[in-house]
Ligand binder design. Structure first.
Ligand SMILES: Nc1ncnc2c1ncn2[C@@H]1O[C@H](COP(=O)(O)OP(=O)(O)OP(=O)(O)O)[C@@H](O)[C@H]1O
Length: 254
């Protein structure tokens, strides 16, 4: 474990234009843990993720990755920090104009000075690990949703990042593909010692994968803990999420 955590948010406020979606966010994530972020639709989970991966500058507070203030550093240094981070966006976000192979090679080409042959080899290894190495020349439109998710995970993991962020990785996947993806995320934690941060609505994923879960509601972190501890919570917001019921409006919430 590092002295300062792989991710540290200190009193972060983040949102769009004038209106903050989240305020007062303090959060630390350490190596080797899977942290799930849950909350009702529109509560701000993706917004929080965007702030953590350098895509949305907070209005207040600081986001530290690997002990460095992400939004205070120069662009070049930020690139170096982000080369240690893998991101699996919602809806996969594979580049539609690039083949599967070029998609998976993209982070190596953009973020490192490695020779193309090495990046090519790394991409093929990752595709093989995820069982989609038969498709390297296909375009993203020519593969299934489950295959696209696996390709997207191969791309997120191709540089063996110490930190991986996934937004809804199991959305629209059948149970078998969801289980494949879950196993792969556990492998990253266990074999690679990576920290995995997952935004999800899938309570099965929360129960089986998370070491810690953070509940977002009413513009902030409402609760945090192990899935089993949260499942016993008396907080109506937390209870509703675990029982898959409509989440009651929290005082001060939307
Ligand atoms: N680009 C944007 N510009 C303005 N407002 C936005 C933007 N993206 C999201 N929002 C608003 O910010 C709030 C939080 O959205 P966010 O996508 O973070 O929620 P979420 O918890 O990830 O939701 P879901 O579970 O439905 O994906 C919502 O009210 C949403 O409408």
């Amino acid at each position: 474990m590092t002295a300062s955590g792989l991710v540290e948010l200190r009193d972060v406020a983040v949102g769009y234009a004038e209106s903050p979606v989240l305020t007062g966010i303090d959060l630390r994530i350490d190596a080797g843990e899977i942290v799930c972020i849950i909350g009702a639709s529109g509560s701000g989970k993706s917004t929080l993720l965007r702030a953590m991966v350098g895509l949305l500058e907070p209005a207040a507070g600081a986001v530290h990755l690997f002990g460095q203030d992400l939004y205070a550093m120069r662009r070049r240094s930020r690139g170096r920090v982000l080369s240690r981070v893998g991101v699996l966006f919602q809806n996969d976000a594979l580049f539609s104009s690039m083949s599967v192979l070029d998609n998976v090679m993209f982070p190596g080409r953009k973020l490192t000075d490695l020779p193309d042959e090495v990046i090519h080899e790394l991409a093929l290894i990752e595709l093989a690990r995820l069982g989609v190495d038969a498709l390297p020349e296909r375009m993203p439109q020519e593969i299934s949703g489950g295959q696209a998710k696996r390709v997207a995970l191969a791309r997120a993991n191709v540089l063996a990042p110490e930190l991986i962020f996934c937004d809804e990785p199991t959305a629209s996947l059948d149970p078998i593909n969801a289980a494949v993806l879950g196993r792969e995320l556990m492998r990253l934690r266990d074999d690679q010692g990576s920290a995995v941060v997952l935004v999800t609505h899938n309570m099965e994923v929360v129960r089986t994968l998370s070491d810690r879960t953070v509940v977002i509601a009413a513009g902030g972190i409402r609760a945090a803990g192990t899935a089993s501890a949260l499942e016993r919570s008396e907080d109506p917001q937390v209870k509703a999420l675990f029982r898959m019921e409509p989440v009651p409006r929290a005082p001060g919430g939307e």
